[in-house]
Design a protein around this ligand. Structure first.
Ligand code: AMP
Length: 196
């Protein structure tokens, strides 16, 4: 059982092609705020990332943004946050977002979202953290990537317990239930040498 004071949200700096993405980002932001859970995110006021932050902030929630100096103007730093941390670079941003959150959720997004998601997932495998990670699905957005991950498991490159440790949901309350009941897998290198 994990305690959830703050959740780190990864999602697109673009709004996506369908209005359902924005609706999902609003739902996640407002439910987290209503549940008294803080949002940690990339600090910008663009795309779905801005939507999550604004929805959480409008609902009275804590929102902490972490943005590198170089993106303050490009991603239009959000000024209605509880706190905006301006860091030196992308590496510090990800490190700080990982430290501040008790769990991670990726909503639809682009290559930056994927990079952030895969980094925290690899860190879980290595035992660098033991925090739950969820993919928040909207209209089957993650299905092709999940099929690829299943293929990677079949081919013996990811152990099943790490695939199974990944939470996949499409509803904000289900997200919180699954994050709260999640149990950390045993890190990769503490298993017998024969396993993946
Ligand atoms: P995207 O999904 O590509 O729209 O990007 C979503 C967020 O991820 C944006 O805030 C990007 O600035 C951020 N991002 C992209 N690449 C990286 C990276 N290598 N490290 C940290 N954040 C990144």
């Amino acid at each position: 059982m994990s305690s959830l004071a703050r959740i780190t949200v990864f999602t697109g700096s673009a709004p996506g092609a369908d209005p359902s993405y924005r609706a999902a980002a609003e739902a996640v932001g407002s439910v987290l705020a209503a549940e008294g859970i803080g949002v940690v995110y990339g600090g910008g006021n663009v795309g779905l990332m801005g939507t999550v932050a604004t929805a959480a902030s409008d609902a009275g929630g804590e929102v902490i943004g972490v943005i590198p100096k170089v993106l303050v103007d490009k991603e239009i730093a959000h000024h209605e946050l509880t706190r905006l941390e301006v860091v030196d670079d992308m590496h510090q941003r990800k490190m700080r977002m990982a430290e501040l959150g008790d769990a991670f959720v990726a909503l639809p997004g682009g290559v930056g979202t994927l990079e952030e998601f895969f980094e925290v997932w690899t860190w879980l495998q290595l035992g660098i953290h033991a925090k739950p990670i969820a993919l928040y699905d909207v209209g089957g957005f993650w299905d092709p990537m999940l099929a690829m991950l299943d293929r990677i498991v079949q081919e013996g490159f990811i152990s099943e317990q790490f695939r199974d440790a990944l939470i996949v949901v499409s509803d904000p309350r289900q997200l919180l239930d699954e994050l709260r009941s999640w149990e950390a897998p045993v890190p990769k290198w503490s298993q017998p040498a024969s396993s993946a």
